[in-house]
Structure formats: structure tokens, C-alpha cells
Design a protein around this ligand. Structure first.
Ligand SMILES: Cc1cc2nc3c(=O)[nH]c(=O)nc-3n(C[C@H](O)[C@H](O)[C@H](O)COP(=O)(O)O)c2cc1C
Length: 174
């Protein structure tokens, strides 16, 4: 499939089948993450592949809204970074996450982004700290997001031309 078609078809997937993501597919996803570009090639990120059921359940409670479906995903990839390694770690982790989602779609998997940075656990602590505690991650890291991955349990309508906000595109000047 051409990249443009893949991007048109990708929709957030929050419902997955019970099928596990095969090791070979996980290996492809690891390469995609590690090939993603970073400013000055600093590569400040760290990626944690989580398929442990208890851990998935605990991650699904890292913030009150928009994370509950993590517990039913066969795989969640937590994306963290060391802010000391790059002043643009947010961009670097976001690009890795976006590449990951496109790559997952390309190999027949659904995915959804769960925002962690700037979000809070029900107790009031940062969701990033809660996630790091669960993963036993080094304290100097920040958690950017979690990407859930799995076989789609429900197909969603792909985007079409009517969905385009064409007025947001400008030529030369506003
Ligand atoms: C930066 C970012 C943060 C997001 N955070 C969440 C989230 O915490 N929980 C969630 O269920 N979806 C989250 N999403 C998914 C969006 O809700 C989704 O991409 C948007 O509604 C458009 O739908 P689509 O992905 O099907 O095109 C996030 C997406 C982005 C890009």
C-alpha cells in the first residue's frame, strides 16, 4: 500500500482481538522506532514493550481518562526520553510514536496513542511518574506517551476527502 493510502486508512484503534502480536512483527516495530529521526541524531528515547497482563492493567490506571483500553491491548509500547540528552525530546518521541503508528498500520495492526506527558494520575502525581514507578524506570527519564498495539477488533471508516480541513492549507501567505 502506498504511504498516502496508509495514512488515509489509519484510525485510532482502541478495541483489539485476543491475538498476540507475533515476535517477528514486534521486531519490525522495534526497528521502526530505532530508525526514526531525532534532532542532531541525539536519540534521547527509550522504549518499553509491555505484554504482561498485570502491568497492562496497572498502566491502564495511570490517568483517569483515555487510558482504560490499555488493559485489553495485547501490547503497549511506552515511550520515554532523557530531557538532558535533547532539548527537543518531545519532538523526537512524537516522531517515533507517529512512525510506530504508521508502521503498525502497514503490517496489519491497529494502534492508539495514550498521552502521558502533562497528564495526571488520580492521586494527583504526574502520570509520567506513575508509569515510571510501574516500569521501574530511571528517575531522570520523562514519559511521553504509550502506544497500544494489536489486531483490530473493530474496523473504522477510513478518512475521505470530505474530512479534509482544506482551509487550513495556505499558499505563501495567509
Ligand atoms: C498527541 C495525541 C494524544 C492523544 N491522546 C490520547 C489519549 O490519551 N487517549 C486516547 O484514547 N486517544 C488519544 N489520542 C488519539 C486521538 O484521540 C485521535 O487520534 C483523534 O481523535 C483522531 O482520531 P483518529 O486517530 O482515528 O484519526 C491522542 C492522539 C494524539 C495525536
Amino acid at each position: 500500500m502506498k504511504m498516502v493510502e496508509l495514512i488515509q486508512q489509519r484510525r485510532s484503534c482502541r478495541i483489539y482481538t485476543d491475538q498476540q502480536v507475533e515476535t517477528e512483527k514486534q521486531e519490525e516495530l522495534k526497528k521502526i522506532l530505532l530508525w526514526s529521526p531525532t534532532s542532531k541524531n541525539n536519540r534521547p528515547w527509550e522504549f518499553v514493550f509491555v505484554d504482561d497482563k498485570l502491568l497492562l492493567q496497572q498502566l491502564s490506571e495511570c490517568k483517569p481518562h483515555g487510558a482504560s483500553f490499555i488493559k485489553n491491548a495485547p501490547l503497549a509500547i511506552v515511550i520515554l526520553a532523557d530531557p538532558e540528552k535533547s532539548d527537543v525530546w518531545i519532538e523526537d518521541t512524537s516522531i517515533a510514536a507517529a512512525f510506530l503508528q504508521a508502521g503498525a498500520e502497514d503490517i496489519g495492526l491497529g494502534s492508539c496513542w495514550v498521552q502521558i506527558r502533562n497528564r495526571f494520575h488520580a492521586s494527583g502525581i504526574k502520570a509520567s511518574e506513575q508509569v515510571k514507578m510501574l516500569l521501574n524506570a530511571p528517575t531522570h527519564l520523562e514519559t511521553a506517551c504509550i502506544i497500544t498495539i494489536g489486531y483490530k477488533g473493530k474496523e473504522r471508516r477510513p478518512y475521505n476527502n470530505d474530512d479534509l480541513l482544506n482551509e487550513r492549507i495556505h499558499h505563501n501567505t495567509f
